[in-house]
Design a protein around this ligand. Structure first.
Ligand code: COA
Ligand code: AMP
Length: 637
């Protein structure tokens, strides 16, 4: 492998197939590929076509065979329950093989879908790996989503089985998962055959006869009977998982990840981007329900033979703003990866980082941030307090790994606050104008990636090539459209400034305002509505709804607003963090009827804005400003 960023990027540019074939040597293959890249397969081509492999083997069995059996694979650290539990590679391999055996006995095999709806407990990672072992396709649904969101995913993925736990633990609140699951299955058209329920002592769930099974009873019995499933060889191009992410409508997009390319790309990132070797301790403080959790709590660290931390807690309040430092010290964490919002939360609670004085975190070598724009203030604070490089990097659920980063393993390049640095090998990033032409340095445009996407990125959307083409490929022919807007500077550093669609990022969680608008519109008293993301000091953005009531509605607006807030929590889930809705007489629109959401957002954030030339009635903007000011918003507007 070439040394240094420029050399690595140039070697990829010169010959992408040789570059990735070289990286693929770090993976065990059951059968080699016919072609490193086959442009004639799939929507834009497939990586490692013809090869056979198994992701679970590469994450677990092969490390045991290579002598890493006694090394911790997963350390579960839960300030929520006071538990710390270590699973060595040998123990994890055994437990995953047993769980896979249980699933196989329930008829789960290659290509079958399995939904995993679980809190941050080690069994969630075991569930994912057990599916991978069998060649079954897992689809993890984040625990903060409501029953109807889960139902939508059940209907799209059509799972044979659902793996869940009796409850999740949020500060001050036990989240009963099982009633949410039961309600989702009630709502969905497709019905799973089997549900496996991991009973947590904090709240036991009642099981439905015939369909539900007690996880521990099943795995204990299988282990006692010596039943373990072996790894099933799958095509490199077969799906490993489907992860639903917010799209431009209320219907989420099922991002597909394949087996072969995914392993090659993630394995490459560990030494080259994160400077993490086998045996090092790596901690992604995220949730397995998000892509960061898939890639960097589970797959990449295990593919790399590293130790991964699975943390059930929050950066603050569990029990205090020193939790992160405690975990780093206790487990010897070398690299921490989290969302900027976690550091904003710590900084808010402990601005002078006094908690840090209680812990020696000399083992920490770098902090990586992603999931939302990292504001320079937060980066600076973290740099000052932690005294390690703080590296912003940019990626999406769709890509599965960083599009742009400061590749510490290859070379730590100068850090520029506000920029996730430079494109990684594999990504030919172009900033395009509306006429599809590249713009010069410093000019904003649509950020696009020239096709093909590198290994590890989505080959398509689940059962929906048409939506994949329409959402990502059609607007800029020959490119993948990231739906992020930004610019590149003279040194080739990227700056990611805004989304070009309705996606907002709330505490690093990706949400669709379009999806929220669908919920608002369903309220019987609402005639028209809009939801925008407004700036928030802690969460980056929070949603703000505007509702125009039907004529003749005479009920108290405060009561209706409360109902709307509850409705979004019920339909989308608490993770939407939807707490603010304003009843207004009218919405500002263009003469052709398009709601001016961008202008409303500028008013709410106190940014300068130009009166849109096509506005229907400018007075409405004053009404919006007034409504926002009545809630203490639109300070500069
Ligand atoms: N299951 C059930 N509910 C959940 C949940 C889960 N897995 N995760 C979050 N929620 C709930 C929260 O309890 C909260 O409910 P509330 O309205 O009753 O308080 C709501 O969803 C909003 O959650 P969140 O936006 O995370 O806010 P928070 O106040 O609980 O925590 C932070 C704020 C900043 C501490 C937290 O978001 C955080 O640690 N973020 C950084 C790490 C991260 O997860 N990044 C994402 C991908 S990299
Ligand atoms: P998700 O799919 O949840 O990972 O969200 C992806 C989106 O989050 C991107 O398209 C960006 O809009 C935003 N995002 C992620 N990382 C960054 C970053 N480092 N800087 C700016 N925006 C980011």
């Amino acid at each position: 492998m070439a040394q240094g960023y420029s050399a690595a990027y140039a070697s990829w540019q010169a010959d992408p197939e040789t570059f990735w074939a070289e990286a693929a040597k770090d993976i065990d293959w059951d059968r080699p590929w016919d072609k490193v890249f086959d442009p004639d397969r799939g929507v834009y081509g497939h990586w490692f076509a013809g090869a056979m492999c198994n992701t679970c083997h590469n994450c677990l069995d092969r490390h045991v065979a290579a002598g890493r059996g006694d090394q911790p694979a997963i350390i579960y650290d839960s300030p929520m329950t006071g538990q710390v539990q270590t699973f060595t590679y040998a123990e994890l391999t055994d437990q995953v093989a047993v769980l896979a055996g249980v699933l196989a006995e329930k008829g789960i095999g290659k290509g079958d879908r399995v939904i995993v709806y679980m809190p941050m407990i080690p069994q969630a990672a075991m569930a994912m790996l057990a599916c991978a072992r069998l060649g079954a396709v897992h689809s993890v649904v984040f625990g903060g989503f409501a029953a109807s969101e889960l139902a939508t995913r059940i209907d799209d993925a059509q799972p044979k089985a659902i793996l869940t736990a009796s409850c999740g633990l949020e500060p001050g609140r036990t989240v009963a998962y099982k009633p949410l699951l039961d309600e989702a299955i009630e709502l969905s058209v497709h019905k799973p055959q089997t549900c496996l329920v991991f009973q947590r002592p904090e709240l036991e769930a009642s099981l439905v006869d015939g369909r539900d099974h007690d996880w521990t009873a099943m795995t204990d019995a299988a282990a006692a009977a010596g039943k373990r499933a072996e790894c099933v060889s799958v095509a490199a191009t077969d799906p490993l998982y489907v992860l639903y992410t917010s799209g431009t409508t209320g219907i989420p997009k099922g991002v597909v990840r394949d087996n072969g390319g995914h392993m090659v790309a993630l394995k490459w990132t560990m030494p080259n981007i994160y400077d993490t070797e086998a045996g090092d301790v790596y901690w992604a403080a995220s949730d397995v329900g998000w892509v960061v959790g898939h890639s960097y709590i589970v797959y990449a660290p295990l593919l790399n033979g590293s130790t991964t931390i699975l943390f059930e807690g929050k950066p603050v309040g569990t029990p205090d703003a020193g939790t992160f430092w405690r975990v780093i010290r206790d487990h010897g964490v070398k690299v921490l990866f989290t969302a900027p919002t976690a550091f904003r939360a710590i900084k808010k609670e402990d601005p002078d980082a006094e908690h840090l004085g209680r812990y020696d975190i000399g083992c920490l070598k770098a902090l990586f941030l992603a999931g939302e724009r990292a504001d320079p203030d937060t980066i600076q604070w973290a740099e000052e307090k932690l005294k390690v490089p703080v590296i912003d990097h940019w990626w999406q659920t769709e890509t599965g790994w960083a599009i742009a980063a400061n590749p510490m393993g290859l070379e730590l390049m100068p850090v520029k606050h506000g920029s996730p640095a430079v494109p990684m090998p594999g990504y030919d990033v172009q900033i395009l104008d509306e006429a599809h032409n590249p713009v010069g340095a410093g000019t904003m445009g649509s950020i696009c990636i020239k096709l093909p996407l590198p290994p590890g990125c989505l080959p398509t959307l689940w059962n929906n090539d048409a939506r994949f083409r329409q959402s990502y490929l059609e607007e800029f022919p020959g490119y993948y459209m990231t739906a992020d807007a930004g610019y590149c500077d003279e040194d080739g550093y990227l700056y990611i400034m805004a989304r070009t669609d309705d996606i907002i990022n709330v505490a690093g969680h990706r949400l669709s305002t379009g999806g929220m608008e669908e919920v608002l519109a369903a309220h019987p008293d609402v005639a028209e509505c809009a939801v925008i993301g407004i700036a928030d000091k802690l969460k980056g953005q929070v949603p703000c709804g505007f509702a125009v009531l039907k004529s003749g509605v005479t009920r108290e607006t405060a009561e209706i607003e409360k109902e709307i807030v509850s409705l979004v929590r019920e339909k989308i889930g608490p993770v939407a963090a939807f707490k603010l809705v304003l009843t207004v007489p009218r919405l500002p629109k263009t003469r052709s009827g398009k709601i001016l959401r961008g202008t409303m957002r500028a008013i709410a954030d106190g940014d300068d804005y130009k009166m849109p030339a096509t506005i229907d009635d400018p007075v409405i903007l004053d009404e919006i400003t007034g409504a926002l000011k009545s809630r203490g918003l639109a300070a500069g507007g």
